[in-house]
Ligand binder design. Structure first.
Ligand SMILES: [Zn+2]
Length: 428
């Protein structure tokens, strides 16, 4: 069955396209884009008043399967992605068992093929068991289809091992994604160190913990010539270090989460464990620096770092609550409300950082609407007014730092490989 998206505003930064047009999808590929396409024997998606964009890609998601299916699984996590308008997610390796061998990569991919509602790319671990001691078989995992490598959740503190990891991954042109935080300096902290942590009496994590780790990672990327990607940049210092490194030709790229671009550490006031994330939410000065970094391209992509936990896990004293918040079902709405409607990012920039740029960075065959491309499409309603309510999420985790917030903008549709997987917020 062919699919015809009618009367939408088609925005594809990869080909400088921004026009009202019809999009014909045939055999899972973009077949034609034209002012008016007459379709016979086609399913029609009426996109009048909506934006038709290349499918959004989230390069940082925790699906929790295998091992932590009480928090999330492939089915619930990818339905959450579809509901939020995201057509590809990358899943992190910090599951149980840790995804650190080719057999585990293959097994996970097989589960994904059976259960996922959207495309899923698998990220393998850099070190065995995420212990930071011994390199995992990244070559074999790459052969089994791992897209990149990360010990996310942990920083690889041993510089000799991190250097070897970069050298090893670069032999097959793969990217190492670093959760850059000096654990010795961060130890004992539960939120950003500053005025708010002092007022709340919660021990803090200084921004320097991230700056130090990013500096070390960049120095080793420069030494090895390997490709480094810095996960969830949250500090002004890290943005500046990455900016300088890029200027001198280091192969470093970076991401920022939607929450680090839109929330400050004041979200923690009231000991709100839904806002306890790693790295912690920072002050307005850092948020501003991260936004500027995304705007000028220092930070290449925007991610969710969707990290679901059950209510029971989070319903404890602040210091004992695990880090992480869900984001797949709110990222587009929050980005449209707080970044696009406020004029911080243009629509083209937002679509680039959330679709075209992650595709380019990880050499995927998507992130654009060129003729012949894979038909992954995200339909956006730029002006829909709605209120975020966690209890309505497809994710197993209903806790969000954006609970009760009024938003302007929402994903109105998601198409994966030419098939409608979500319409008006309902996953099909
Ligand atoms: Zn992380």
């Amino acid at each position: 069955m062919n699919l015809l998206i009618k009367n939408g505003r088609v925005v594809d930064p990869s080909q400088g396209l921004d026009a009202i047009a019809d999009v014909l999808i045939s055999d899972g590929k973009i077949a034609k884009i034209d002012g008016h396409i007459e379709g016979s024997n086609v399913e029609v998606f009426d996109a009048k008043g909506l934006v038709v964009a290349p499918g959004f890609i989230d390069a940082h998601t925790h699906l929790r399967e295998p091992g932590y299916e009480g928090k999330e699984d492939i089915e619930s996590g990818t339905k959450a992605a579809a509901a939020g308008g995201i057509t590809t997610v990358f899943c992190m390796a910090n599951t149980d068992p840790v995804i650190d061998s080719s057999i585990l990569v293959s097994g996970l991919k097989e589960r994904i093929a059976r259960k996922a509602a959207v495309n899923v790319e698998v990220i393998g671990a850099v070190t065995k068991g995420l212990k930071g001691e011994e390199l995992a078989e990244m070559g074999d995992m790459a052969e089994a289809g791992a897209i990149a490598f990360s010990d996310d959740g942990r920083w690889i503190a041993n510089s000799r091992i991190f250097r070897s990891a970069l050298e090893y991954a670069s032999a097959f042109d793969k990217i190492i994604i670093s959760h850059a935080e000096d654990e010795t300096l961060a130890a004992g902290g539960y939120m950003n160190e500053g005025l708010t942590s002092t007022k709340l009496g919660i021990p803090g994590i200084p921004a320097a913990a991230e700056d130090i780790a990013v500096a070390r990672d960049i120095i080793l990327a420069e030494l090895t010539g390997a490709r480094l990607h810095v996960a969830h940049v949250s500090t002004k210092g890290a943005v500046e270090l990455i900016r300088q490194a890029k200027a001198r030709g280091v192969k470093v790229t970076a991401e920022a989460t939607v929450h680090h671009m839109t929330l400050t550490d004041s979200a923690v006031v009231g000991y709100n464990t839904a806002a306890k994330v790693s790295p912690p939410l920072r002050t307005a000065e850092h948020v501003e620096a991260v936004r500027r970094g995304v705007k000028d391209g220092t930070i290449d992509i925007i991610v969710t770092d969707h990290a679901p936990h059950s209510f029971k896990d989070k319903d404890v004293e602040f210091r004992y609550a695990p880090n992480g918040a869900v984001g797949l079902e709110t990222s587009i709405a929050v980005a449209l409300t707080d970044l696009y409607h406020t004029g911080i990012l243009t629509l083209e920039e937002m679509i680039d950082r959330m679709s075209a740029a992650p595709s380019r960075l990880f050499s995927l065959d998507r992130g654009n609407l060129k003729i012949g491309s894979r038909a992954d499409v995200t339909i956006l309603d730029l002006n829909k007014e709605w209120t975020i309510e966690g209890r309505k999420f497809y994710s197993k985790s209903k806790l969000t730092p954006f609970e009760g917030k009024r938003r302007r903008g929402k994903a109105a549709g998601a198409i994966v490989n030419g098939k409608i997987v979500m319409k008006d917020g309902i996953v099909l």
